[in-house]
Write a protein that binds this ligand. Structure first.
Ligand code: ADP
Length: 491
């Protein structure tokens, strides 16, 4: 009978199989100038990234292929990774489909369940193919850094097979149980961080970094893209609403704290929604939004820029951190309390950062042998406030060492000074990651002087000029360079 479970399962299966596109599409030769125009139309800036995409399209044209290197877009949320994936599809005149891999724990999420399993379903890849309606979509695999493995097989190795040009022409989803040719799919992956992506997957992809936007980039993105879109989606026209530049700048600096523009987009959406009410109530009056109107229209308090230290004590130094949400400044606080030489570390530091703290202690003891007694007669407390921000990685080494040196000598460090760098036991400062994000955060927070590892000076080419103009950036080889420049050590 047609209400038996077998009937339903078979129906679903056949429905799925027949809704897939089985026909191969002929590769289309893409006009590079036109493709460039499409990328420029939807996205401000991102020049290097657009150039790389155009190169990829040129190669695909030459080889008459529909896919090529697998690009991995890495960067903070809201930096345009997903949305440029959509533009790639537009530039190629191909269908776009987005598949989220966040929270995938099970191999079956990628490769499907066998039909003998109750509630069997195809995996997310084939589900995406079905949604696209074609065999050659541009498929954006979002959040590859959020794949986790569990006892139910290894989703990463299933994904490896999906991305491998040697194997993916005969990809077999367990639910379908017949091979499907994925070789014409153009895969683009996105991630907030590379740290959690399994090495074999990473080897297969070409990493492209989205380092975030400066305040003036954000102003342009808001004016050219985010605000017009928000207005259009709420039926607000130009003769109803004016948002002058200083207002947008105030939203950026006073109502968001981010490398990307996701918060900015949300604020502008909220603003338009609030304005819609005003326009409705007294028509034919044009609303001009001034910075002082924002708190009410956005229904929030401006973010206090009290984040920057205004006054400081010996033992406190500002560092720069890099999390998957972008750059941030953080404060390292050190304090001696009566005790017997214990070290107390608080603020939820990761193991690597705790090791940096131990290294900092050893360096400072050997640099200031006359202060050794302080460590014996007191407990040393190291704290990094704001427990919610995960804090790890070696790049706070220089900040920890400077904070401790400041503590033992009683000499303060200027609160507008920030620093980042890994430090070896011999006091040598070595390179760190995330420099653009860190410097943007420093500029946002109003810092003035930043010490970075000499080895990272070459990465300054990736930092927006505007950020470089705002900061005095000094490359250092040894931690003693920082201590001398800040009068903690005699020059
Ligand atoms: P991500 O995938 O990096 O988290 P999204 O692609 O979702 O970020 O971007 C968030 C929003 O910001 C989208 O609406 C996107 O169109 C917009 N956006 C990001 N970067 C740009 C840019 N350079 N130009 C125009 N809009 C942008």
């Amino acid at each position: 009978g047609n209400n038996s479970p077998e009937y339903g399962m078979l129906y679903d299966y056949l429905d799925f199989m027949t809704s897939l596109a089985w026909r191969k599409e002929a590769p289309e030769k893409i006009d590079l100038k036109e493709a460039e125009a499409v990328l420029d139309r939807e996205h401000f800036g991102l020049e290097k990234i657009k150039r790389r995409i155009i190169q990829q399209i040129a190669v695909m044209n030459l080889k008459k292929q529909q896919s090529g290197s697998i690009l991995l877009f890495v960067g903070a949320p809201g930096t345009g990774k997903t949305s440029i994936g959509k533009s790639i599809a537009d530039a190629l005149h191909r269908k776009y489909v987005r598949v989220s891999l966040g929270g995938v724990r099970d191999e079956a999420d990628i490769r499907g369940h066998r039909r003998t399993y109750i509630g069997a379903m195809p995996g997310r890849i084939m589900d995406g193919i079905k949604k696209s309606g074609v065999s050659n979509p541009v498929m954006v695999l979002d959040e590859v850094d959020k794949l986790s493995s569990s006892y139910n097989g290894d989703p990463a190795s299933a994904l490896l097979e999906v991305l491998d040009p040697e194997q993916n022409s005969t990809f077999t989803d367990h639910y379908m149980n017949v091979p499907y040719d994925l070789s014409d799919v153009l895969f683009v992956c996105t991630a907030n961080t590379m740290d959690t992506i399994p090495e074999p997957l990473l080897d297969r992809m070409e990493v492209i970094r989205f380092s975030g936007y400066s305040a003036s980039d954000k102003l342009q993105i808001a004016k050219k893209h985010l605000l017009p879109k928000a207005m259009e989606s709420m039926g607000i026209t130009k003769d109803m609403l004016e948002v002058p530049d200083p207002t947008i700048e105030e939203i950026i600096s006073g109502y968001t704290m981010e490398s990307g523009v996701r918060g900015l987009k949300n604020r502008l959406d909220t603003l338009c929604r609030s304005v819609a009410v005003h326009v409705e109530q007294d028509d034919d009056k044009k609303v001009t939004v001034l910075p002082e109107d924002l708190s009410e229209l956005l229904d929030m308090q401006p973010i206090r820029h009290g984040r920057k230290l205004t006054e400081t004590k010996p033992g406190i130094v500002t560092g720069l951190a890099w999390t998957s949400a972008g750059g941030e400044i953080l404060f390292i606080e050190t304090l001696f309390t009566k005790g017997q030489g214990k070290t107390i570390i608080t603020g939820q530091l990761g193991d690597v950062m705790k090791e940096s703290a131990q290294i900092a202690i050893s360096i400072v003891k050997s640099m200031f042998p006359e202060k050794e007694k302080l460590f014996e007669e007191n407990d040393l407390h190291i704290h990094v406030p704001e427990g919610a921000v995960p804090k790890d990685g070696p790049s706070a080494g220089i900040t920890l060492t400077t904070a401790l040196a400041s503590l033992v000598t009683g000499k303060k460090v200027d609160p507008t000074v920030g620093m980042t760098g890994e430090v070896s036991l011999r006091g040598v400062v070595t390179a760190i990651g995330g420099l653009p994000e860190k410097l943007m955060a420093a500029a946002r927070a109003g810092l003035k002087t930043i010490y970075i590892p000499e080895e990272n000076i070459r990465d300054l080419k990736d930092v927006p000029q505007e950020v470089k103009d705002q900061l005095q950036i000094i490359g250092v080889k040894e931690v003693s360079d920082v201590l001398k420049a800040n009068n903690i050590l005699d020059a």
